[in-house]
Design a protein around this ligand. Structure first.
Ligand code: GUN
Length: 283
């Protein structure tokens, strides 16, 4: 039997309805509107689309948001001066610097400048450390979205073998940590892992964050596994697709996320969640 499809669009919509209700209650209680500031440097078209979508999503749940567009040749001092101003702003509870930044800017230095309380990406080393010890307020949006997809599909990592492919700071590493916090037994695989298939075949929950179309094939998946596809790629025909060979793997897995419509819609929703969490924590 073909796998159940985990519908990220539907789950994301449900969470946004909940967030809109919580935001209304927050406004009533504190007479304050949660505020998000997004900084984008340069003209990267994909980043511009993401930023526009974040702005729209804020309006949908009743947040205030502002977008700061800086030219591609903006200096580090300019970006830092803007972050300092937003750090001190009463209206702004969350600050997000859209990545990637142009090459002349020191990404770590800039991310470090955001006050940890306003770091709604959870990229600041302080928040990364909090996640490591399991005492966190905000979680990085993509792995947090995956955990919500699992939880709201009735899947717990407890007692399961979880295999994460990818070890980035944004997805792979925090993903492994969250599955571990959920009592999963976690293996992290990456480009230097020998015999990847031997690892993935052990997975009750398989999360792929590689960035290569068709990377996860049906012979790599244990029958009945839950397969989460974090990849966003274009195939040879230019069509949007994930890392997973969806049509073949859905015949093997018990549950699977599609691309588009799986993890993608969850990320901005988790950003909204983090912004509301930051606003509440600031009261
Ligand atoms: N660029 C791609 N994904 C992300 C993200 O989650 N946060 C930020 N700040 N930039 C990104």
């Amino acid at each position: 039997m073909a796998a159940t499809i985990i519908d990220g669009k539907r789950i994301s919509g449900e969470i946004r309805v909940e967030l809109a209700e919580q935001t209304a209650a927050f406004k009533n209680q504190y007479n304050t509107v949660p505020g998000l500031a997004v900084i984008i440097v340069g003209e990267d078209p994909a980043s511009r689309v993401y930023v526009r979508n974040k702005h729209k999503a804020c309006a949908e749940v009743g947040f205030y948001s502002e977008v700061h567009e800086l030219p591609a040749d903006a200096s580090e001092e300019q970006v830092i001066a803007l972050i300092d101003r937003l750090n001190d702003s009463k209206e702004i509870h969350g600050i997000l610097v859209q990545l990637p930044l142009p090459g002349h800017l020191d990404e770590q230095k800039i991310l470090l400048r955001i006050k940890p309380e306003k770091d709604v990406d959870a990229f600041h080393p302080y928040n990364v450390g909090k996640i490591m010890i399991g005492d966190y307020n905000v979680l990085p949006c993509t792995p947090a979205g995956v955990m919500q997809l699992l939880a709201r599909s009735g899947v717990s990592a407890s007692g399961k073998h979880c295999v994460v492919i990818g070890r980035s700071n944004i997805v792979g590493k925090p993903m492994a940590m969250l599955l571990l916090h959920d009592n999963g037994t976690v293996t992290v695989c990456h480009s230097r892992t020998p015999d990847l298939k031997a690892q993935t075949l052990q997975a009750d929950i398989l999360v792929s964050a590689v960035g290569r179309a068709g990377f996860v094939t049906a012979d790599m998946v244990k029958p009945g596994a839950v397969v989460i596809d974090v990849g966003i790629n274009r195939n040879a025909q230019g069509k949007l697709c994930g890392d997973v060979d969806f049509e073949a793997v859905r015949e093997v897995a018990s549950m699977i996320t599609p691309v588009p419509g799986g993890v993608g819609p969850m990320t901005i929703t988790m950003l909204l969640q983090n912004t509301l969490t930051a606003a509440i924590a600031s009261m």
